[in-house]
Design a protein around this ligand. Structure first.
Ligand SMILES: [Zn+2]
Length: 368
């Protein structure tokens, strides 16, 4: 055994300091390993964060577009097509970048108009109506006789509940192309309802008379006016239900179906109504199908009401109604009633569709 081995064996067994040194060495080794491990983890996190940030980095994208503009002989149609594709695939950020880069590169102001219109549309779809409004106002500032931009601006004003501004813009559209009477009535009604809800300007006495006059002049506004009256003037709502043509009631069947409290005098009047009488016939049938009035033997106006009355008579099943809304212009449907079609943007084209369904007892759970 040489001296070194002898010394170690002696120190190992005899010197307690050697054990402490080994312990400190082990602690240092573990700390070093832990430090290295944390370093690797933080590097990985930084790398993933950098990749995530890259997905929002449009600097390179702008550069590529500018290069393409500089090198290609006729780059604008291709870039416009690309922007439209981004727009259709709902990649609005890239579409906006492309349009703004294109605007910078085009010198002729007339050529900028279609790009600005597309940019306004993208801003509207991306949820920036104020930006879109600025763009449309800028176009109209230079080219006021532009019906496409005026129409787009009116829709933005409607979205922002700025109905007065929309009406002013519509006056310009009326001068250019005419045929905006229905739209004018719609906006005037919206102004009446909106100002009444904000308790300004219009007194409570004037409002119902004005709304009734509008309803008589333009029956297509029935849903809008009746929905407002149902919520704010219930007695006037029922007065209108008695006065408007009975066939029109089927268009607001959903509003009548959801009514829980019917005035007692109307119920009495309907109970005493002769079977052959034509006025109030449909209202009576609706209330019979709902189970409020006793059943009569007469034939009902629509299949769904007839079926509900038969189910009521047999008592084995309980039926109910559900509603959907269809556009008379594009035939698109929506589960919610609309003033402007969500598919084709046409105004006041909603038609109420009625469907039978099994009645389910609704249980309300309170969280309080
Ligand atoms: Zn439509």
């Amino acid at each position: 055994m040489d001296f070194f081995e002898y010394a170690i064996s002696n120190i190992e067994y005899r010197d307690p300091l050697f054990g402490i040194v080994i312990l400190i060495f082990c602690i240092g080794l573990v700390s070093l390993f832990g430090y290295y491990w944390n370093y690797i983890i933080s590097k990985k996190q930084q790398e993933s964060l950098r990749k995530f940030m890259e997905s929002f980095d449009y600097i390179g994208f702008d550069k590529e577009v500018k290069e393409f503009l500089a090198l290609s002989p006729n780059p604008i149609p291709s870039l416009l097509f690309m922007a439209k594709m981004y727009q259709k695939s709902a990649n609005y950020e890239k579409a906006i970048r492309l349009y703004t880069t294109l605007l910078d590169s085009i010198k002729n102001p007339l050529d900028k108009i279609p790009i600005l219109e597309s940019l306004g549309l993208v801003y509207t779809k991306a949820g920036f109506p104020l930006r879109a409004k600025e763009i449309y106002l800028e176009i109209l500032h230079h080219y006021p006789r532009n019906p496409v931009t005026l129409n787009a601006l009116i829709k933005i004003y409607e979205e922002l509940n700025a109905f007065e501004d929309a009406l002013n813009a519509l006056d310009c559209l009326e001068e250019i192309q005419g045929g905006t009477q229905l739209h004018q009535s719609y906006l005037q009604t919206k102004i009446l309802i909106f100002t009444s809800q904000n308790h300004t300007q219009i007194t409570q006495k004037q409002l119902p008379a004005k709304l009734l006059a509008t309803l008589k002049k333009e029956p297509r506004l029935m849903r809008l006016i009746m929905t407002f009256l149902k919520d704010y003037y219930p007695s006037l709502f029922w007065q209108c239900v008695l006065e408007i043509p009975q066939d029109s009631l089927l268009q607001i069947l959903d509003l009548l179906w959801s009514q829980k409290e019917i005035p007692q005098e109307i119920l009495e009047e309907l109970e005493n109504l002769p079977t052959q009488a034509n006025n109030l016939r449909i209202l009576k049938e609706i209330l019979e199908a709902k189970g409020i009035l006793s059943l009569s033997a007469s034939q009902k106006a629509i299949f769904e009401l007839e079926a509900l009355c038969l189910l009521r008579a047999n008592k084995s099943y309980q039926g109910d109604l559900r509603f959907s809304y269809q556009c008379t212009n594009c035939s698109g449907t929506s589960p919610l009633a609309f003033d402007r079609c969500p598919h084709c943007d046409e105004l006041l084209t909603s038609k109420t569709l009625v469907f039978l369904k099994e009645k389910q007892d609704e249980v309300c759970y309170s969280f309080l």
